[in-house]
Design a protein around this ligand. Structure first.
Ligand code: SF4
Length: 125
């Protein structure tokens, strides 16, 4: 199904209406889910970023993938990117889950890939 994006600008807005992504003009059921990368598991292989180029980028400091937008690629392309992930760390989640998942991730001390882990001890030769 092809959706004309300009439809969103022609739909009558009812008083008190707030979009939730489930509106037919926004993709209906197809857009009920958001894509999210569990960066604590990502190994930075870049496969997803090479498949869904408008959705995933490799965050430069941590060297791990991040979903930077939800409407950059088709559902099929994003699904293909998910299937290329060797560690299965890309998930479809409810939009309402995104803030909680980001907060959860922020609490974990994730090391940048390619750097030595922090041990808390100073190594003297
Ligand atoms: S495919 Fe998976 S492991 Fe590789 S960069 Fe993307 S999210 Fe990370």
């Amino acid at each position: 199904m092809t959706i004309d994006p300009s439809t969103a600008f022609r739909v009558k807005v009812e008083h008190g209406f707030s979009p939730n992504g489930k509106e037919p003009c926004l993709g209906g059921k197809l857009n009920e889910k958001a894509v999210w990368v569990d960066e604590s598991i990502c190994i930075g292989c870049k496969y997803c970023a090479n498949v869904a180029t408008n959705t995933f980028v490799i965050e430069p400091y941590m060297g791990r993938s991040r979903a930077i937008r939800q409407d950059g690629d088709s559902i099929e392309i994003i699904q293909e990117a998910i299937q290329t992930c060797p560690v299965s760390c890309i998930h479809w989640v409810a939009f309402e889950e995104l803030d909680r998942l980001r907060a959860q991730l922020a609490e974990i001390e994730i090391q940048p890939l390619g750097m030595l882990p922090k041990t808390g001890k100073k190594l003297n030769p």
